[in-house]
Design a protein around this ligand. Structure first.
Ligand SMILES: *Cc1c(COP(=O)(O)O)cnc(C)c1O
Length: 223
């Protein structure tokens, strides 16, 4: 199967209102170009340097979404162009993005990453930490960032019930935060969840943005 065919297959499964972030990390510019020519415009990368060098040689109407773990010293390289940062996992990081965004006169769309999976290695706020942070309302002073919703990853398991439970938890948290602090804010509307092996489950639980990589581009070669 080609990138184009894989992409069309995934797109055909997405209900209206669910967008696809094609996760192109570790894949070549040629493969991204193939997906672009098939109509895809949103791409996700997990390393700032890789994203920035790909962007330089690809069409300028691509929306680059940063989905990785963000280090403060890397923010400045992507701040002029990044369309959305999915992995905000502390207030400090949000404030740093805000500071750098203001320097280039931008307001950058951000998602708060929530840790719901069982693995220790996944980053993010716990649901309680996230609510505490939002309740402080300090983010209201940050005009360089716009909080557009939540992002999360389910456990890497074959246990469907476990995955569904975690997506449900994310959706419940999203609804609660939306209702309590963002009811009037139309920008707060994204729930980024679902990857190659679980995006169908994520959609059933209310995802608005799936991040699919290997299902479109094939296995990644990390060497
Ligand atoms: C790599 C990655 C994906 C895509 O994973 P696939 O299993 O290849 O679809 C999605 N989200 C995040 C945060 C990732 O790091």
């Amino acid at each position: 199967m080609s990138v184009t065919e894989n992409l069309k297959q995934v797109l055909a499964e997405l209900p209206q209102g669910v967008r696809l972030v094609a996760v192109s990390k570790f894949h070549s510019v040629d493969m991204i170009r193939e997906a672009y020519e098939a109509g895809q415009r949103i791409f996700g990368e997990s390393k700032v340097q890789e994203m920035t060098s790909k962007r330089e040689v690809l069409p300028k109407d691509i929306e680059w979404h940063f989905i990785g773990h963000l280090q403060t010293n890397k923010i400045k390289y992507m701040i002029p162009y990044v369309a959305m940062i999915h992995g905000i996992d502390s207030y400090k990081l949000l404030a740093e993005v805000d500071k750098q965004a203001k320097r280039v006169n931008r307001t950058v769309d951000c998602l708060l990453q929530i840790h719901v999976a069982q693995e220790e290695t996944k980053f993010g706020f716990t649901p309680e930490e996230c609510k505490d942070m939002v309740a402080l309302e300090e983010w209201k002073n940050l005009t360089g960032v716009r909080i557009c919703g939540l992002m999360g990853m389910a456990s890497n398991t074959d246990d469907v019930r476990q995955i569904v439970e975690e997506f449900r938890l994310l959706h419940d948290l999203f609804s609660e935060i939306k209702k309590t602090w963002f009811a009037e804010d139309t920008a707060f509307r994204e729930l980024s969840m679902g990857m190659s092996h679980d995006y169908r489950l994520a959609i059933a639980e209310g995802s608005t943005m799936v991040r699919v990589g290997s299902k479109i581009f094939g296995e990644r070669n990390y060497n």
